[in-house]
Design a protein around this ligand. Structure first.
Ligand code: PAF
Length: 282
């Protein structure tokens, strides 16, 4: 596997691939790879493409410097995972070079729906993701890029970037959330939670599944009441719910009574001081 650390070398490598008629698949990551990432690497679509993984812990998308500093890093095991999955190239740029390459004068307009859910609670987060993903697309020029559905709001924003800046020429493959046996959605942040607490964290997913069943089977459900009981049940377990919302999965608009299509439950919560998110289609 090729490891490239400079923007110019990466752009040259990608240009040479494109000139040879190769197509590129990009899997953007912040490292500390787990089975969820492996499912992106292993995705059967576009197998013939050259696989490039970027590893960059993006300081622009953390709204707390403690969160940024404590973001888990495991570069040696990451490289082993990438090699095992036949990745052709790892792009691991320096923070300094990437930040210098992002123009301060360029304005980035986020769609309005990026101000709700995580956008409401993590100021600047999506703008940070927006800037780095756009930069990675410009350097690597992939024809396909893979993103997980766990970060659903991010996924919808990436579709917007591709439409507005790349004339829809990059195919975005949305990959299912991979879960631990107990149901907890895989995340690099899970490593910061002891095992017994991870089991407790998995109760959030179990409660989401119960909620989904109630919504599907009971036309007269009162979401405010369901929300309150969800928050109460989980607070007894030491879980603090930041938000629980039932919205349209197309554009995050509020659900009208009797809407049954494209409904999604979104949750963010804290356990042992670690913030996690999850979602489930209803
Ligand atoms: O989902 C992530 O890991 C990050 O937000 C991404 C897309 C790599 C951008 O830094």
């Amino acid at each position: 596997m090729k490891i490239i650390t400079s923007i110019k070398d990466q752009a040259d490598y990608c240009n040479s691939l494109v000139k040879k008629g190769e197509s590129i698949s990009l899997i953007p990551t912040m490292g500390n790879l787990h089975k969820g990432h492996e499912s992106l690497l292993f995705n059967p679509s576009y197998m013939k493409n050259k696989k490039i993984v970027s590893l960059f812990v993006n300081p622009l998308q953390f709204n707390s410097s403690d969160d940024y500093k404590s973001y888990p890093k495991s570069i040696n095991s990451d490289i082993k995972i990438l090699e095992r999955n036949n990745v052709d190239c790892l792009f691991m740029p320096s923070e300094d070079e990437i930040l210098r390459s992002i123009s301060e004068s360029e304005s980035f307009a986020l769609p309005g729906y990026m101000n709700i859910l995580c956008g409401k609670y993590r100021e600047g987060h999506f703008l940070g993701v927006f800037k780095i993903v756009k930069k990675l697309f410009e350097i690597i020029r992939p024809s396909v890029a893979y993103f997980g559905k766990k970060d659903y709001q991010q996924l919808i924003m990436i579709n917007h970037i591709v439409k507005e800046y790349f004339k829809n020429k990059i195919k975005i493959v949305a990959c299912d959330t991979i879960r631990e046996d107990n149901g907890l959605a895989m995340s690099s942040r899970n490593n910061r939670i002891v095992k017994s607490k991870r089991n407790i964290a998995s109760l959030v997913y179990k409660e989401l599944v119960t909620l989904k069943e109630i919504i599907k089977t009971n036309k007269d459900y009162n979401f405010k009441e369901l929300q309150q009981s969800f928050i109460k049940t989980l607070s007894i377990e030491g879980i603090k719910i930041e938000y629980l919302e039932l919205l349209s999965s197309n554009d995050f608009s509020v659900i009208q009574k009797n809407d049954t299509d494209n409904l999604m439950l979104f949750v963010a919560f804290y356990i042992s001081g670690v913030r996690l998110i999850d979602n489930i289609e209803v």
